[in-house]
Design a protein around this ligand. Structure first.
Ligand SMILES: *Cc1c(COP(=O)(O)O)cnc(C)c1O
Length: 416
């Protein structure tokens, strides 16, 4: 595997030009963490300047005429990327808050159910939200086993769901740790047979893999916008509700942004019939404007072209891991087949993985560190080139083979 091979892949990459649409402050830096925080699109820099100067600055409160519908407008822009119909997606708050709102609403409607199911390897906030709702409602948070590499197997989910006893199964489509893709159709079929709803967390999937929530017939979905959708730090998250369920579901917080005829300011809470009923308070306009630009870029590239490049990036990364990282003492900690992966891949390192991460940064590579022993390599298709992935993995191998990471043993950064 040579750098020339990676350069040839760049030369024939139909999405290559999209990388130039992002702000790249340091051309030497290999950014392999777009799965944690996507780079900033140049269009976003300009858009935020306009929102601040022309809208907030010049038009002041009068800009609310344009801002008021942003949660739905940006939701409608995300909808085709996840296979949802217009009016079924809104953007607001964080993934954590949205997940809580949807799962609690589902449990409120399905009061005869005793349990909420979540995989043991699920992202922490998802597990905490499930535990919190279960505690508040006197339900059971039922944990299903996740394989450390492949994530939850459909048989494990089937074993945890008895007919009629589970309100919702909460599960990520792309595993945050290993990038493993869930067999979503199988999980849906199993859940449906037992009468359980499914809430898919699309945080790592939105903008990186084609998703079809309507085709899968999932009841609920959530996801964040600052990973492959490039909405920026703390940008608001999206939520989806299957259209026929919308009128029946109510989130626990009754807020004025859900209210029909909001500015009549009536005495009684009467929420909209659309997904707007899942809004609560005043939306974060700066974040929404940034999400709109990131989503526009993803839509312009097209999710199928993005997936095609993602598969090629994964193939390159998997080959380089075998060729350069495994001899340096790493092991692959993700599925080996690109079509079983989202847009990141994990490797294990037995010693001080935080030291490796810090030394990699000093060598102008940003991987992401997942203690106790994992590095994740983000391969966000619009933002990285094949040579960037080549150089990044090569430099990580050098950091370890040269012993450069030893200077960082025991060193810690606050955020990993
Ligand atoms: C990134 C991520 C989140 C983030 O939740 P926030 O509330 O937006 O901080 C949640 N769930 C999964 C699976 C994630 O990957």
């Amino acid at each position: 595997m040579t750098r020339e091979h990676a350069a040839r892949l760049d030369a024939s990459d139909p999405l290559a030009a999209f990388r130039n649409r992002f702000l790249i402050a340091d051309p030497e830096l290999c950014y392999l963490d777009g799965n944690s925080l996507g780079r900033v699109p140049l269009a976003t820099v300009e858009r935020l300047r306009r929102v601040v100067d022309d809208e907030w600055g010049a038009r002041l409160v009068g800009s609310w005429d344009d801002w008021i519908d942003l949660p739905e407008r940006v939701g409608d822009a995300i909808a085709p990327l996840i296979g949802a119909a217009p009016g079924t997606v809104v953007v607001a708050d964080s993934t954590t808050v949205n997940l809580h709102a949807l799962v609690d609403a589902a449990c409120g409607l399905r009061r005869d159910r005793r349990a909420i199911v979540v995989p043991s390897g699920e992202f922490p906030t998802d597990r905490y939200v499930v535990a919190g709702i279960a505690a508040a409602r006197g339900m059971e948070a039922r944990i299903v086993h996740s394989d450390p590499i492949h994530g939850p197997h459909v048989d494990a989910v089937a074993g945890a769901v008895a007919p009629g006893d589970v309100a919702v199964v909460v599960c990520s489509l792309v595993d945050f740790r290993t990038g493993a893709l869930l067999d979503a159709q199988d999980v849906m079929t199993t859940a449906r047979e037992k009468g359980a709803w499914v809430c898919l967390d699309l945080s790592h999937a939105a903008g990186s893999v084609p998703v079809d929530v309507a085709g899968l017939d999932v009841e609920l979905a959530v996801g964040c916008t600052y990973k492959h959708l490039c909405g920026g730090p703390g940008s608001p998250a999206f939520l989806y509700v299957r259209p026929d369920l919308l009128p029946q579901l109510r989130r626990p917080q009754w807020g004025w942004f859900a209210q029909r005829d909001q500015f009549v300011m009536g005495d009684q809470f009467e929420p909209e019939a659309s997904a707007r009923r899942f809004l609560a308070g005043t939306p974060a306009v700066l974040g929404l404007a940034a999400v709109e630009e990131g989503v526009r870029l993803v839509a312009e590239a097209g999710i199928d072209a993005i997936r095609a490049k993602s598969l090629a990036l994964s193939r390159l990364a998997l080959d380089l891991i075998d060729e350069r990282l495994v001899p340096a003492g790493f092991e692959l900690a993700s599925p080996r087949e690109p079509d079983r992966l989202g847009a990141h891949v994990a490797v294990g390192y037995p010693d001080d993985v935080q030291a490796v991460g810090l030394a990699a940064r000093a060598a102008a590579v940003v991987p992401d560190v997942r203690p106790p022993d994992r590095l994740r390599l983000g391969l966000s298709p619009l933002q990285v080139s094949f040579t960037e992935v080549f150089d990044g993995i090569q430099r990580i191998a050098e950091v370890v083979t040269s012993g450069a990471h030893r200077a960082y043993l025991g060193a810690r950064s606050r955020v990993t």
